[in-house]
Write a protein that binds this ligand. Structure first.
Ligand SMILES: *[C@@H]1O[C@H](CO)[C@@H](O)[C@H](O)[C@H]1NC(C)=O
Ligand SMILES: *[C@@H]1O[C@H](CO)[C@@H](O)[C@H](O)[C@H]1NC(C)=O
Ligand SMILES: *[C@@H]1O[C@H](CO)[C@@H](O)[C@H](O)[C@H]1NC(C)=O
Ligand SMILES: *[C@@H]1O[C@H](CO)[C@@H](O)[C@H](O)[C@H]1NC(C)=O
Ligand SMILES: *[C@@H]1O[C@H](CO)[C@@H](O)[C@H](O)[C@H]1NC(C)=O
Ligand SMILES: *[C@@H]1O[C@H](CO)[C@@H](O)[C@H](O)[C@H]1NC(C)=O
Ligand SMILES: *[C@@H]1O[C@H](CO)[C@@H](O)[C@H](O)[C@H]1NC(C)=O
Ligand SMILES: *[C@@H]1O[C@H](CO)[C@@H](O)[C@H](O)[C@H]1NC(C)=O
Length: 823
């Protein structure tokens, strides 16, 4: 723009420039006579997005990017020069003829430019209200005539209206690529594509290796992402025709939402919580171990609830049994009876699955399932078919070649009809159906009891096996290899002498309480900082490696609703963790105390409930490391000076490598009154067992009463049962702590109780996950009816103790139990 121009013209230009300098920051458009530099920005017409220069987190490199205007923490959604940063404060962004957006550095070198093959007589660049930055002619608003748009070259973020997929006319593929790290926006290892070979599916790749599929669109959602359901925030759009194939989403409400691909390959759907002023992860994929692509090989099926998690489909057997039994499932399974297309095959229906990889598939619309079968049967290379659109029940999807990457989806899985030799197919079984029915009736009783016996035996065997294979000790190092190679223990190591000094040699006077794995002391460091010192008792079953892993794990967790670990100390037999000190002790000191309870008004209680929920969500969904706390209870919620809740005591927490959601253990660790039935009785724990504990906690906070030991002369229910009874009788407000008087928002209270009851439902699948909990707590709207809670009578806990030796390690009213199965 500073071309050598002479005389009056220059003067005129200077005055125009001065004018535009002032406008910068208000306008959404740059013309060829304008530019932005330094702190100047342009803002989209409705004020939603800003374009300007920024530096990501701790980096000093500067980039041109787009971020949300109204969100306090800068959230960058697009970066122009992601590979070539500016290294100084200078840099000029301008649009030049015949229609290029260019970024120049100090020495006037172009370090980034938009590219387009067309030109415009009067090019301008405009930041649209959607967050799309476009180069176009000043007088042209037709999207089809844009010279260039940032939505065609996204970085790691997909915004509403962006089309991820293929344009066959221009040959352009729009896909996401992760940042290298939060400090470095250059393309990282992971990419998110819409694979348009066969029936389109969303895939995430690491380099050239497929890591995760959403599964094909089935008319209602993605076959492999059952938690993505019809919602009031956004809807998906799928367009498949000869010109283009893409997935996009559009907003249905004013809630701000975006989808990102994290540097570690996790796809995250975020929504902005205006009340809490923070981003919430609404959904995150992959969701569990079974989501890692092709884990169980061809014709294998993956189910996290069983052990081992891979099984061959019925009528299939491991290709290499030796390898399979050793846990290398990648070679998959083969048919028990080979196909024989010439003499006639049949089909067998498998229900409840994420549909296999559709890379080698074809489809048609408007066909009935019967027709699909006929078409598939005719072509010898067609291996399976299913309904294309389950919302209308029409259309077919055909697979050619092996079926890979199937996963059991309980409750929401789909049917697939797999080609089988006629002896193994369903139609074969239909002969003599009548006979079977009459036989079945008479045999039913016998089979039922036999089945029960077998089931019990199998469960026991499984547990025994797990123990043998050492699945017990939790191995964070496996989940952690990536991080660990980079930086080992980043955690400060404290000298034992320093701790002894700070706690006055672990004096009784400094003892704050007893945690699950040992006593906790208050300490005063020489610098004057107050700390909480957790000393692992000698009897603790934790090994050194596990302890270290735990320390690293907690050190990596950073959230304002989690207690902060300051360091650790490992000397001789001593294993010590040093935490920040919480002046207000723990939640149980407040809610269960006659006088202190009065100081907790509803607002504070609601704030605490929401804080715990956020902390828990972070544990459950944090990208790399999924943590199941397993011992959530009032005494493990610490309160800082401002009554912000902080989840503590990770002694029993389990980590999963960013994918599994649960497991099975024969060592049940937790606290009665907070433990979910499936965990206390069967040792099955998952994020949903934490959700159960959260529900108990929530109802305790609202009522000011303990679940365990709750007594009511009218009935024999515990607090949960009592709450549920009141809820059913529409008297839920009677549950509220009398100390609250009338100073509460009754709709908020009712909503909280309702959400609490949803969390403690008997069946883990019925309980919401934490992102839904947060959403339900913070938003008006219909809530599903709560069904009967698990453990609503005090008595039905007792049977969990029968076959196990129970070891308690606490002196307080609540006890963290460690049950060791007598096996
Ligand atoms: C920067 O480049 C433009 C055109 O490329 C040129 O007209 C101008 O003189 C250059 N300025 C400096 C300071 O080099
Ligand atoms: C500007 O970019 C050019 C080309 O990338 C580079 O050689 C030069 O060092 C850069 N100048 C500054 C000051 O960054
Ligand atoms: C724009 O640049 C990309 C990569 O730099 C290239 O693949 C693409 O063909 C270019 N598009 C046009 C229209 O020149
Ligand atoms: C926003 O930034 C503030 C301070 O910069 C920080 O304390 C807070 O945790 C951030 N919030 C989110 C949601 O990142
Ligand atoms: C599993 O088996 C495959 C093929 O036989 C082999 O390439 C792979 O390295 C094995 N994986 C492990 C972890 O042993
Ligand atoms: C698709 O077919 C090709 C060619 O037969 C094969 O190499 C590839 O493994 C198949 N992919 C899947 C996912 O079945
Ligand atoms: C499918 O059926 C619907 C209604 O029966 C019809 O409107 C539509 O044109 C059909 N589509 C195709 C591709 O045959
Ligand atoms: C079977 O289907 C495949 C894939 O669509 C196709 O290439 C092949 O020609 C078909 N074979 C017959 C006999 O129709």
């Amino acid at each position: 723009m500073k071309k050598s121009i002479n005389g009056i013209l220059l003067l005129f230009l200077v005055s125009v420039l001065c004018l535009t300098e002032k406008i910068a920051g208000l306008t959404d458009t740059l013309t060829t006579t304008q530019s932005i530099k330094g702190d100047e920005t342009i803002i989209s017409a409705g004020g939603s997005f800003v374009l300007g220069f920024f530096s990501p987190s701790s980096s000093t490199n500067r980039y041109v990017g787009i971020w949300y205007n109204k969100i306090p923490n800068q959230t960058v959604v697009w970066v122009a020069n992601r590979e070539v940063p500016l290294i100084s404060k200078s840099g000029v962004l301008e649009v030049i003829k015949p229609g290029l957006l260019v970024l120049r550095n100090d020495t006037n070198n172009t370090i980034w430019k938009s590219n387009s093959s067309t030109s415009a007589p009067n090019p301008v660049v405009q930041l649209l209200e959607t967050g799309n930055l476009v180069v176009k002619d000043a007088n042209q608003d037709d999207p089809g005539m844009f010279l260039w748009q940032s939505f065609d070259y996204p970085t790691d973020t997909s915004l509403p209206g962006m089309k991820l997929g293929h344009n066959f006319v221009t040959g352009l593929e729009v896909y996401l690529s992760s940042w290298k790290s939060p400090e470095d926006p250059s393309p990282g290892e992971y990419t998110h594509h819409c694979d348009s070979t066969g029936y389109p599916q969303n895939i995430v790749k690491k380099g050239s290796i497929l890591r995760f599929r959403t599964g094909p669109w089935n008319g209602l959602g993605f076959s492999g992402v059952p938690s993505l359901q019809k919602n009031s925030i956004f809807s998906y759009e799928v367009v498949i025709n000869s010109k283009e194939v893409y997935y996009s989403f559009k907003l249905l409400s004013s809630t701000i939402t975006r989808y990102t691909l994290s540097p570690s390959g996790v796809g995250q759907r975020w929504t902005w919580d205006n009340q809490a002023r923070s981003w919430i992860i609404y959904l995150s994929t992959p969701d569990d171990t079974c989501d890692s692509y092709g884990l169980c090989g061809a014709y294998g099926s993956c189910d996290t609830r069983i052990s081992p998690i891979c099984e061959c489909l019925d009528k299939f057997s491991p290709k290499f049994p030796d390898k399979w039994n050793k846990g290398n499932w990648s070679n998959g399974c083969i048919r028990n009876v080979a196909l024989d297309c010439q003499s006639g095959d049949g089909f067998k229906k498998y229900s409840g699955f994420k549909l296999p990889d559709t890379h080698n598939s074809s489809y048609n619309t408007n066909t009935s399932l019967k027709e699909c079968r006929r078409i598939c049967l005719k072509n010898c290379s067609c291996t399976a078919y299913s309904t294309l659109d389950i919302s209308s029940g029409s259309g077919c999807l055909f697979w050619f070649g092996d079926l890979i990457d199937m996963k059991v989806i309980s409750g929401a899985g789909q049917d697939i009809h797999v080609r089988m030799a006629s002896s193994d197919s369903d139609s074969n079984g239909k002969k003599g159906k009548k006979l079977v029915i009459s036989l079945a009736l008479s045999l039913a009783m016998v089979l039922l009891s036999l089945g029960l016996v077998l089931l019990l035996q199998r469960r026991n065997k499984k547990r025994a096996k797990q123990k043998k294979e050492g699945m017990e000790g939790f191995n964070l190092s496996m989940a952690y290899t990536d991080e660990r190679h980079k930086k080992d223990l980043e955690l400060p190591l404290f000298e034992l002498s320093r701790i002894i000094k700070a706690t006055d040699n672990f004096s009784f006077n400094n003892k704050l309480g007893e945690g699950g794995f040992g006593p906790v002391y208050k300490g005063l460091l020489e610098e004057g900082q107050e700390v909480a010192v957790k000393r692992l008792s000698e009897h603790s079953t934790q090994g050194l490696e596990e302890f270290k892993n735990e320390a690293i794990c907690i050190a990596k967790l950073q959230h304002r609703n989690l207690v902060k670990l300051l360091g650790c100390c490992i000397e001789g037999k001593e294993k010590i963790l040093i935490y920040e000190y919480m002046p207000n002790k723990s939640l149980d000191f407040f809610i269960f105390d006659q006088t202190k309870r009065k100081s907790l008004d509803w607002l504070t209680r609601f704030h605490i409930i929401q804080g715990i929920a956020r902390g828990l969500l972070y544990l459950h969904q944090d990208s790399r490391l999924r943590i199941i706390h397993r011992d959530l209870k009032a005494s493990n919620i610490l309160l800082d000076a401002d009554m912000n809740p902080k989840i503590s005591d990770f002694g029993t927490a389990r980590s999963f490598g960013g994918n599994e959601t649960g497991a099975n253990t024969s060592r049940v660790v937790g606290t009665h009154g907070y433990m979910s039935p499936e965990y206390a009785v069967d040792g099955l724990f998952s994020v949903k067992s934490d959700v159960f504990s959260f529900g108990v906690l929530l109802i305790e906070i609202v009522s000011g009463k303990r679940n365990r030991g709750f007594l009511h002369h009218g009935h024999q229910f515990n607090l949960l049962g009592h709450a549920w009874k009141l809820y059913k009788e529409e008297r839920a407000l009677e549950l509220v702590d009398l100390h609250l008087g009338n100073s509460y928002n009754s709709s908020e209270v009712l909503r909280s109780i309702h959400v609490g009851l949803l969390c403690v439902q008997q069946c883990p699948e019925d309980r919401p996950d934490m992102s839904s909990v947060i959403f339900m707590l913070g938003n008006e709207g219909h809530l599903p009816e709560a069904t009967q809670p698990g453990f609503f009578m005090e008595r039905n806990i007792v049977k969990a103790d029968n076959s196990s030796s129970t070891q308690a390690s606490s002196s307080k009213g609540e006890i963290t139990m460690t049950q060791l199965e007598a096996r």
